[in-house]
Each structure stands twice: as C-alpha cells, then as structure tokens.
Design a protein around this ligand. Structure first.
Ligand SMILES: Nc1nc2c(c(=O)[nH]1)N[C@H]1C(S)=C(S)[C@@H](COP(=O)(O)O)O[C@H]1N2
Ligand SMILES: [Mo]
Length: 215
C-alpha cells in the first residue's frame, strides 16, 4: 500500500508535550552513533566558519565563539535508528545569533554542515532559523564530551539526529541542495521524523507525479 502517507497521523507537538514520532521508541540513555573514529581536536586550532554564498566569510576561534551570547535548549531528539530521547539539556549558541554576522547572498538557500573528520550533512537554510537550531557547547551542565561531538556540535532537533553534525567546523551556504555523507548513502535529503523521512525513497514526491493517486 505504497500510497499511504506514513506521516498522516503524526503531528509534531505544539504544546511542549513529549511525543514520539512514528516508528520511534523512548530511551533514557544517550547512545553514541558515529561513522568512523572520533576526531582529536586541539582547542588552540579550533575554528568555526561561515562560508560559501556569503558576502563576508566569517571565522571564530574557540575563545571568540565562547564569547557569543549563549542560551539553554531542552529539545527532544530523534535518531533514525529509532531511539528518541526527551528533554535533553544543552547550552549553546543559536544559529540566529551566528547568522547575524553574515550577509548572505540572495541565492543562499541551502547549507552544508561540515565537521572535523570529514562528516557532512545538508539542510535547507530555513531549518536553521527562528530558534530551530543551535551549536551545542555544553550538555547537562558540562562541556560536551568528544563522543557526543564536543567541543561543539550542530543540533537541529526537529530533524532526524544525523543532521546534527558532531565536531562541526562550519557551514557552507549553497544555492542548490546537495547530499551530505548519509544522504549520499541513501538517507533522506530532509529527514522529518514526523513524516518518517528516513530514506530518500520516503521524501515527498514532486507535485507533478500522478501515479500515487491511482488505485
Ligand atoms: N561528525 C559526525 N556527526 C554525526 C555523526 C557522525 O557519524 N559524524 N552521526 C550522526 C548520527 S547518525 C546521529 S544519530 C547523531 C548521534 O549523536 P550522538 O552520538 O551524540 O548520540 O550524530 C550525528 N552526527
Ligand atoms: Mo543516527
């Protein structure tokens, strides 16, 4: 029954209630999921960059980055391997704060997050705005551990957690959407857990497709 929309009954909670997206289960643990080794990062050389389709590429050292305004975030997170964890406790820098420092070129619509160690993941720029994403520096009141992406990781909790690049080094703004590491391996270009977009085959079909409406 391929024409059933898997996300039909799933609604993202709007009232702050903790809910499980379709196919997920709750865990109290914080599992570690990494493809490859954990990179060793020397804070003296660490930098975070905004580059690509911008008028003014920006770069922060570790001390400069930590001097940016920080906020607390308590999101629910959802991994494509089906665990969800409610009410995680972070501190970090909102992407809105970082975006104040760049003048984007008009064609900048997508972002490639890139990490120490070579990991990449793609997102629409709109998904980083309006309090929806942050760079996490602390978890449960302590500096973020290396296994969870410390010293700094992207956190985009409304999308599957593979979009939350650990050891993030920067964001490259792009005119066109391009697949990152897992997306290139067949995972969804967008990864909305409420629509259960796990694989590329779960992504919304173009509006021009009529076959899915035939019985
Ligand atoms: N750099 C990097 N970031 C990454 C990954 C990775 O392998 N490398 N794995 C992703 C996946 S698949 C998930 S589920 C989360 C896991 O984060 P955690 O190990 O802190 O639970 O990190 C994401 N970010
Ligand atoms: Mo994952």
């Amino acid at each position: 029954m391929a024409f059933i929309n898997k996300g039909f009954q799933a609604k993202r909670p709007t009232d702050g209630a903790h809910k499980l997206p379709p196919g997920q289960y709750e865990t109290k643990d914080f599992p570690v999921l990494t493809a490859g080794p954990t990179p060793r990062i020397n804070l003296a050389n660490w930098e975070f960059r905004l580059e690509g389709a911008v008028e003014n590429p920006v770069k922060w050292s570790w001390n400069e980055f930590n001097a940016l305004p920080q906020q607390s975030f308590n999101p629910d997170i959802h991994c494509v391997t089906k665990w969800s964890k409610f009410d995680t406790k972070w501190r970090g820098v909102s992407l809105d704060t970082l975006l104040e420092h760049v003048q984007l070129k008009p064609e900048a619509q997508f972002v490639m997050a890139f990490s120490y160690g070579g990991y990449t993941t793609n997102l629409p720029l709109a998904d980083l705005r309006d309090g929806k994403a942050f760079i996490g520096l602390e978890y449960e009141g302590k500096p973020l551990t290396a296994e969870h992406g410390g010293p700094a990781r992207l956190v985009v909790p409304h999308l599957y957690f593979w979009k939350s690049a650990k050891w993030v080094q920067g964001l490259r703004f792009m005119a066109q959407d391009e697949p990152g590491f897992w997306e290139d391996a067949g995972y969804s270009m967008y990864g909305d857990p409420w629509k259960e977009q796990r694989y590329g085959t779960d992504d919304d079909e173009p509006e021009t497709s009529t076959t899915s409406f035939r019985l």
